[in-house]
Design a protein around this ligand. Structure first.
Ligand SMILES: [Fe+2]
Ligand SMILES: [Fe+2]
Length: 199
């Protein structure tokens, strides 16, 4: 058997890494599932490099997109029943899947560790202040080897030097892209922008 990149201690969930992978595989298309696996491997590398908890990074990375293919109606119901930010309802699944994923991680995967849950919640728009695991997942989702956008090479290079620099790049580029495409901007994305970007 090939060696697994990490073995869980049981501290954060009684599920094994393989259990989580199988459940995530069942919920996602092949393409997105493969993205998730690449995000996890990237997260493990970054965690190792920056001395951040690898087990928590792995769990959060594997679960970050767990809600991504949930029907909109299901996500909308969870936003309301779980008392999530009601501003969310002005937006769409692109924004919902992150906080809803954290709800599912708690409900379906027994995750109670707050940092794992917030890493899932913040993975799309970031947050004004971010912890190590939150940063790792946010950056890994942006630079995993399957990503192909203008500037991805630069982002990967920057990630060798500083997670914070990649975070700034992702937050800024996300806002610029939304403006260029004349899309609405979720207020929490602006909060992240205001905290990270202006000099
Ligand atoms: Fe996502
Ligand atoms: Fe993702």
């Amino acid at each position: 058997m090939t060696k697994q990149p990490i073995e869980y201690t049981g501290k954060y969930t009684s599920l094994t890494r393989e259990d989580i992978i199988e459940e995530v595989r069942a919920r996602l298309s092949k393409k997105r599932f493969e993205h998730v696996l690449r995000v996890e491997l990237t997260a493990l590398e970054l965690a190792e490099k920056y001395d951040i908890d690898r087990e928590k990074s792995s769990i959060a990375a594997l679960l970050h997109d767990v809600a991504k293919e949930e029907p909109d109606s299901e996500m909308r119901d969870l936003v309301i029943s779980e008392n999530l930010d009601l501003d969310l309802l002005q937006f769409g699944s692109q924004i919902w899947h992150a906080p809803v994923g954290a709800v599912q991680a708690r409900r379906d995967f027994e995750i109670t560790d707050e940092e794992i849950l917030t890493a899932i919640t913040y993975h799309t728009v970031g947050a004004p202040e971010m912890t190590g695991v939150e940063k790792v997942v946010f950056v890994a989702d942006y630079i995993e080897p399957g990503r192909d956008f203008d500037g991805v090479k630069k982002a990967r290079k920057l990630a060798e030097k500083s997670l914070d620099k990649v975070i700034k790049l992702k937050i800024r580029d996300t806002i610029v892209d939304l403006i260029e495409r004349k899309k609405k901007i979720y207020p929490k994305a602006i909060d992240s922008y205001n905290a990270w970007i202006p000099k």
